[in-house]
Write a protein that binds this ligand. Structure first.
Ligand SMILES: [Zn+2]
Length: 368
């Protein structure tokens, strides 16, 4: 999750994986430090303002736990040969960005399970470590840390996207039905249901009269779940349409025009030939630039007879040429390499077949 304008700070690298921290992290660390002080004060009345040191230590330990949870996802992904882009720690935990291009459900399940497994293990370790400790404050910290890790591990195991358990449910449905997209749909719908249920939690724990803090927290978690689940659903729908993404179907017929031809003439020529795009060619007939739709639309009618077509065209670079046999993910990758609004589509021999508009690709992915 990203908050407008708040840039993430880079902490460094762990095993070569970049780690970032969102500024919201510091806000939550402050909320924990201040918000939990009354509880510490109740348990240790003699502590006074030193209680803040205890709550701050808890905030730090909690985030170290969350960090280890994310690192375990990252290392599991790495072990399966999936590239890891980075780890970001934010106010409700963390996020590990993994390029899951062609995973199998089994690998997806294990990568997702690694995080909650580490959280539960840390919780167990902290609990075990607290038993021989008799000093009040370290014992208290270890117990609270154990509880926090067990809650984090258990909550993340709930079978609903975007939680780890949701990824596991998705992988399981995928494994048993052979349909990856059905897995996404089921797990994302479960995420939306869970979001609604989470809203009821502050009421349930407070006997119908929730505290402001509880209500705020419930709304925040519900919002995170709802937006994550809804986004998973949208991405899933888009991925389901990917195999149909074919330049042959989206191709716009193009007309070749010399660079000095006035825009009005070029448009007339295109209309005559039933073409929607224009490609500037040199005297040898080789494409040198693609007329840009937006620049063309912005050109006032009365200027069109006086402006050469090359003035509303983008010079052709190698990244703006795509092969007609590029499909789905390959096509998107090629387009991402050079972000522009028009691409030249060529056949195996490099002959021009037409123009692919990025807006047509967007529309096809959005199902429009
Ligand atoms: Zn996780």
């Amino acid at each position: 999750m990203r908050f407008g304008g708040w840039r993430n700070l880079r902490l460094g690298r762990v095993a070569g994986i970049p780690v970032h921290v969102s500024p919201t992290w510091f806000v939550v660390a402050a909320v924990i430090t201040v918000g939990f002080q009354p509880f510490v004060a109740r348990t240790f009345p003699d502590l006074g303002s030193a209680g803040y040191v205890v709550t701050f230590a808890f905030a730090v330990l909690l985030y170290v736990s969350v960090f280890l949870h994310e690192v375990s996802h990252a290392l599991a992904a790495r072990a399966f040969g999936l590239p890891v882009r980075g780890i970001t720690l934010h106010f409700l935990g963390g996020h590990t960005e993994i390029e899951r291009d062609a995973p199998t459900p089994g690998r997806d399940l294990l990568v997702s399970a690694a995080g909650p497994a580490v959280s539960l293990a840390l919780g167990g370790l902290a609990l075990a470590a607290s038993i021989p400790v008799t000093a009040d404050i370290p014992e208290y910290l270890l117990r609270v840390l154990a509880a926090a890790n067990i809650v984090v591990g258990a909550f993340n195991l709930l079978p609903a996207l975007p939680l780890d358990g949701g990824h596991m449910l998705r992988a399981a449905v995928w494994r048993f039905t052979g349909d990856e997209h059905r897995g996404t749909r089921v797990a994302a719908r479960a995420g939306q249901v869970l979001a609604v249920l989470v809203l009821a939690v502050p009421f349930a724990v407070a006997g119908g009269r929730p505290t402001t803090f509880g209500l705020l927290w419930g709304v925040l978690v519900a919002f995170m779940l709802w937006s994550g689940a809804t986004q998973s659903l949208a991405v899933g729908r888009m991925r389901a349409r990917l195999p149909d993404l074919d330049p042959r179907r989206l191709l716009r017929r193009a007309v070749a025009v010399p660079p000095e031809l006035p825009v009005s003439e070029a448009l007339r020529l295109a209309r005559e030939r039933g073409a929607r795009s224009m490609v500037i060619t040199n005297s040898a007939g080789a494409p040198t630039a693609l007329v840009n739709d937006a620049a063309l639309a912005a050109m006032p009618e009365e200027r069109r007879p006086w402006v050469p077509a090359s003035d509303v065209a983008r010079p052709l670079r190698s990244g703006m040429v795509v092969g007609v046999d590029m499909r789905g993910e390959d096509l998107l990758r090629a387009m991402r390499h050079e972000l522009t609004s028009e691409y030249l589509v060529v056949d195996e021999q490099g002959r021009m077949l037409g123009v692919l508009a990025a807006s047509d690709v967007d529309a096809a992915l959005a199902g429009r």
